[in-house]
Design a protein around this ligand. Structure first.
Ligand code: GLV
Ligand code: GLV
Length: 355
């Protein structure tokens, strides 16, 4: 018989479906109208025979689902996401289900959204757009929507993995910003890039850009003008940005989050935005999606978008394809194309951050 593969959501493109159907799989796509499926909804989908599932980051993949999938003969689960904080990998392992994620294809797309939010915040694009639409523009003025110049300022990257490094390069090359970053691992290629680009600028008679690897996250928070968060979410990064970390940032700093909402204490952030009108944020993710903490939606100094960092057509089709390949490969007896074990931890609990 055919392998039964479930996708809990319709996904962009058709290539991922063909990949599976060409290889003796029957693909069932859940078309339920509700946006977020519950554990019970997914249990019903799995039924008593299911070889693999492609799921979404909004779903809670833990003990209950992995034991059911295993009982149904399931070998593989792939998140259609690079982040996998919604997946209990230990539970999956316990029930013999391999777990996949979809890195790589979303690196540039996500970095581009972080760059967009950085610019939107620094140049107050959304506020200015609202002003125009409200019919308030009655003539050019020297102080109308004055924002920050990025050139020559310092971009701070917290978590310099694939996405953080791609974002850093965009901001450095595009806007001639200096870099300060914090990561457990040295971002050697990024450092080399900044050095080479700095030399190029210098040979052009321009001010060179510089880089610095911070010895603590606090150093980044104190020194950077624009700070973008790119760690994974785990217990070491929960509320990484809180009241204390916000307090040491520059009063006119810009904070961007395209990682996971709980990396930022959103209640503390709202308080900080209220007390510091020149401090601005660009947020793609929220602590209790789809909700925002009280007060956030009224803050003019916040730009908010609904978790769309990986939302380009090419990337979303690529994520769907990679998720399908993960599941297909495992069913066919190959190793996963990509799995969370390849994701580097942000902070190693057993060894202190680099001094
Ligand atoms: C999206 O948030 C992802 O992790 O891919
Ligand atoms: C602004 O529009 C200028 O011309 O300086």
């Amino acid at each position: 018989g055919k392998y039964r593969v479930i996708s809990t959501k319709p996904m962009p493109g058709t290539r991922w479906i063909r990949l599976l159907t060409d290889q003796n799989c029957r693909v069932e796509i859940c078309t339920q109208k509700k946006t977020i499926l519950s554990v019970e909804d997914i249990l019903t989908l799995i039924g008593d025979k299911c070889d693999g599932v492609i799921g979404q980051l909004t779903e809670d993949w833990g003990e209950v689902l992995f034991s059911a999938l295993s009982k149904a003969g399931g070998k593989a689960f792939s998140n259609m996401a690079v982040g996998y904080n919604n997946v209990d990998v230990d539970a999956a392992t316990k029930y013999g289900v391999a777990v996949g994620n979809t890195p790589g294809v979303l690196t540039e797309t996500t970095a581009e959204l972080a760059a967009s939010l950085s610019l939107a915040a620094s140049r107050r694009i959304v506020e200015a757009d609202e002003f125009m639409r409200a019919g308030l523009y009655d003539g050019w003025l020297p102080h109308l929507f004055v924002g920050n110049l990025l050139k020559g300022q310092t971009v701070g990257v917290i978590g310099a993995g694939r996405i953080g490094s791609a974002y850093a390069r965009m901001m450095i090359e595009g806007f001639k910003m200096n870099l300060i970053y914090f990561d457990l691992y040295q971002a050697t290629r990024l450092e080399k890039f900044v050095t080479a680009y700095g030399q190029f600028l210098k040979s052009n008679g321009e001010e060179p850009v510089t880089w610095k690897r911070a010895s603590s996250m606090q150093e980044v928070l104190r020194e950077a003008d624009v700070i973008s968060l790119h760690p994974i979410l785990d217990k070491t990064t929960y509320h990484l940005i809180n009241k204390d970390s916000l307090a040491i940032m520059k009063k006119e700093a810009i904070l961007v989050n395209c990682s996971r909402g709980p990396v930022v204490d959103e209640v503390a952030l709202v308080e900080h935005l209220k007390e510091n009108p020149m401090f601005r944020v660009g947020l793609d993710v929220f602590e209790d999606e789809p909700f925002m903490k009280p007060g956030l939606r009224d803050m003019k100094n916040a730009v908010v978008v609904p978790h769309i960092a990986s939302a380009s057509k090419w990337t979303r089709e690529g994520m769907a394809t990679l998720a399908a390949l993960n599941v297909l490969g495992k069913i066919k007896g190959y190793p996963l194309w990509s799995n969370p074990n390849q994701v580097e931890p942000f902070l190693d609990e057993n060894s202190p951050p680099p001094a």
